[in-house]
Design a binder for this molecule. Structure first.
Ligand SMILES: Cc1ncc(COP(=O)(O)O)c(C=O)c1O
Length: 380
C-alpha cells in the first residue's frame, strides 16, 4: 500500500493514539463537573487550549474547540453573517474554496445575502486587487482560504488581512491545509476568524478548532450548555482534544524537517516524471505553495481511469478534493483556475506527501504512470 493522499487525511501518529487511549480510560469525568475527576479533565482541556492558541500566537480565550474543520468554517460564516446583517448583507469569498465554505455561502444566499465569488488565476490564488475591487459599503465578511486543498497555492493572507482591518470588515481564513506547514500569527496577519482540523496533521478525525476573537461578541452556532466559554454547547471530547494537542506539539517540533522531506519528494517526483517521458504540466505554482500538495496535468489521461489503475496497484491518491472524488465531478478548483471545460479539470492528479513517504514509493508511481501512458499511446 502506498499512501499519497495526505491532503485528504493523514494517519494518526502512534504517540497520539497512546494519549487518546490513556485519556479514554483516565478522563471519563465530565469537564463541567465540580468534583476532582471533572476538574482534572477540565485542566487537560485547558492545557490543550493553550497549545492550540500558542500555535497561532493567539489568546487561549479566543479558541473554540469544534468537531471538525467544516464546523469551524460554518461557525465562522453563518452566525457571523446573521449577527451583522443590520450592517450589511454582502460577503466575499473565492471560487476555489472548499465546499465547507462554498456551501455555507450558498445557504446564506437563500436567506437574502449577496456573495461575490472572486476568480482565481492560473496560480490558484486571489489577488489583493480583486478583493479591493469587490468591497462594497455593505460588505461584512471576507472568507478566503489560506492554502488551497487541491493545488496547494497560498493566498496573500497578511496583505488581505491588513486591507480589511483598515476597513473594519471581518476576515476569516480556512487554514485547514496550511496549519501543518505554515507559521501563522493571527494578530500580525490581522485574521479575525481561522479554521483548523486535526486530521490533516496526524490527529484524529472529528476534532478541530476555530479561532474567533472574543471581543467581536459573535453568536454561537451550536446552542446548548456553556462549554467553550459559552461559545459552543456540547460535552467536550476530552480524549480527542488531548490527542489533537499531542499532534500539534509533534507537528511544531518536526515542522521544518517534515516540510523539507516533502519538498524533496516533490522535486524527486517531478524530475523522475520528466525523465520517464510522460508529458505533464504542474497545476498551480509548485513549489511555491504548501509543501505536501503537488497537482499535475497529464494531457489525454483521464483522472478517473488513472485513479482506478493506481488503486489496483495499491497506490492511493486523488483527482480533486476527497469530497468530490467519489462523484467523478470535474474539479471546481481547476475549472476556476483554467476555465470551465478545460481538460485539466478531468485529466489531473493530486499527489500529497507525508514525511514517511519514500523515493521508492515515488518510483513505483512514476513507473505506473509511464505504463498507463505507453499503453494508451500504443492503443492510439
Ligand atoms: C481546505 C479545507 N477546508 C475544510 C476541510 C474540512 O475539514 P473537516 O474534514 O475536518 O471537516 C478540508 C478537508 O478536506 C479542507 O481541505
Amino acid at each position: 500500500m502506498i499512501y499519497f493522499d495526505h491532503a485528504a487525511t493523514t494517519p494518526v501518529r502512534p504517540e497520539v493514539v497512546a494519549v487518546i487511549q490513556d485519556s479514554l480510560i483516565e478522563d471519563y469525568g465530565n469537564p463541567s463537573s465540580t468534583y476532582a475527576l471533572g476538574r482534572q479533565t477540565r485542566q487537560h482541556i485547558d492545557q490543550a487550549r493553550r497549545i492550540f492558541a500558542a500555535s497561532i500566537k493567539a489568546d487561549p480565550a479566543d479558541i473554540i474547540i469544534t468537531s471538525c474543520g467544516s464546523e469551524s468554517n460554518n461557525t465562522a460564516i453563518i452566525p457571523t453573517a446573521l449577527a451583522l446583517k443590520g450592517k450589511g448583507k454582502h460577503l466575499i469569498t473565492s471560487a476555489a474554496e472548499h465546499h465547507a465554505v462554498l456551501h455555507p455561502m450558498h445557504y446564506l444566499e437563500t436567506l437574502g445575502f449577496e456573495v461575490t465569488y472572486l476568480p482565481v488565476d492560473e496560480t490558484g490564488k486571489v489577488t489583493v486587487q480583486s478583493v479591493v475591487d469587490a468591497i462594497r459599503e455593505d460588505t461584512i465578511l471576507v472568507s478566503l482560504m489560506y492554502a488551497n486543498n487541491e493545488v496547494g497555492s497560498i493566498n496573500p493572507i497578511a496583505e488581505i488581512g491588513a486591507l480589511l482591518a483598515g476597513k473594519n470588515i471581518l476576515f476569516h481564513t480556512d487554514a485547514v491545509q496550511a496549519y501543518g506547514s505554515e507559521q501563522i500569527d493571527v494578530l500580525q496577519q490581522h485574521i479575525d476568524l481561522l479554521s483548523v482540523s486535526a486530521h490533516k496533521i496526524n490527529g484524529p478525525k472529528g476534532i478541530g478548532f476555530l479561532y474567533r476573537k472574543n471581543s467581536l461578541h459573535l453568536p454561537n452556532f451550536i446552542h446548548g450548555g456553556s462549554q467553550e466559554n459559552d461559545h459552543r454547547g456540547g460535552t467536550e471530547n476530552t480524549p480527542y482534544i488531548r490527542g489533537f494537542a499531542k499532534a500539534v506539539a509533534l507537528m511544531e517540533a518536526e515542522r521544518k524537517e517534515s516540510n523539507r522531506k516533502k519538498r524533496e519528494l516533490g522535486a524527486y517526483f517531478l524530475n523522475g516524471l520528466e525523465k520517464s517521458g510522460v508529458p505533464f504540466e504542474c497545476n498551480g505554482v509548485y513549489p511555491e505553495g504548501v509543501p505536501h500538495i503537488l497537482n499535475i496535468w497529464l494531457p489525454g489521461m483521464r483522472s478517473d481511469k488513472m485513479l482506478i489503475q493506481c488503486d489496483l496497484k495499491g497506490i492511493m491518491l486523488a483527482a480533486g478534493s476527497a469530497c468530490t472524488a467519489g462523484s467523478l465531478e470535474p474539479s471546481h478548483v481547476l475549472a476556476a483556475m483554467y476555465g470551465k471545460g478545460n481538460p485539466r479539470a478531468t485529466e489531473s492528479l493530486r499527489i500529497s506527501f507525508g514525511p514517511a513517504n519514500t523515493t521508492d514509493e515515488v518510483d513505483t508511481l512514476i513507473a505506473l504512470l509511464q505504463s498507463i501512458h505507453n499503453k494508451q499511446y500504443k492503443n492510439g
